[in-house]
Design a protein around this ligand. Sequence first.
Ligand code: UDP
Length: 318
Amino acid sequence: MRVLVTGAAGFLGSHLTDRLLGEGHSVLGVDNLSTGSLNNLAHLGSEPRFRLEERDICGPFDPGHVDYVFNFASPASPPEYLRLAIETLRVGSAGVENTLEIAARYGAGYLHASTSECYGDPLQHPQSESYWGNVNPIGPRSVYDEAKRYAEALVMAYHRSRGVNTHLPRIFNTYGPRLHPDDGRVISNFMMQALRGEPLTVYGDGEQTRSFCYVDDLIEGILLLSRSKEHLPVNLGNPGEFTIEECARAVLEVTGSKSELHSHPLPEDDPTRRCPDISKARALLGWEPRIPLKEGLAKSLEFFRSQVGSKVATAEVR
Ligand code: UDP
């Protein structure tokens, strides 16, 4: 297959690209490098089946015939989508529409990276796909949440009205090597702070929860869903739920760091609890994550160690 991966220089996009190339496909990666990093693709320099095109998908473009489109282009960490607020809304609307047009034109399959943020600060726990969510439509996080919710509507419309073979994973918090060390997400912040011997910045009382999926598990679920007949959203994440304080303690244990935990203000509209109900993915795809949090943190250690002291280099690429 010839596959288009947007956001190919990002954390998930680059891992997905590796898996697709490993299966023998050709990949055209597209990225505007607003939050992605060329470092994530550096190892593909001499791979003849991979090409990266630097472009913004908010303008229409024609990649030539493709068999499948994976749309992973979007800022994804809270500090980055707050910094790139309007760009996030545009890539989730115009960008998604442009890539859906490509899938419609070439009769290609289409998978859009949706998110647990569609559930907002959920009142149902754990979150199943039938839950419509509790989203503040005008709060700071709305630029991401509402773009992703609009994108789901757009994807379903292209499926229903234009017959595009679409797929909608709702991706819960994911971590692993290549998670940007400075983009402000909790795992990257805690790992880098622990390795630098700095205090771990726990927002609020640290009692809010998240469920963390190791990247290899997630990519496996993405590929299975992309080859399924399911068009409605499917949760993909690890149902192991941890408070942020527990997460901080796990990072200290895995890194062997003696850093203290320091309390910082809780960001506005920060969801209180988040945990996927993955019964649909289990039944439909026979998928479930295999790697528990501490094991995944240990597998990520080498990457985060390599990033200590390389702050300037990564910032330049971005
Ligand atoms: N968080 C934290 N310290 C940090 C970064 C994040 O305590 O240095 C908290 C944040 O308030 C949230 C959780 O960790 O409750 C996950 O945050 P992240 O930005 O990774 O992603 P989110 O799930 O909020 O999109």
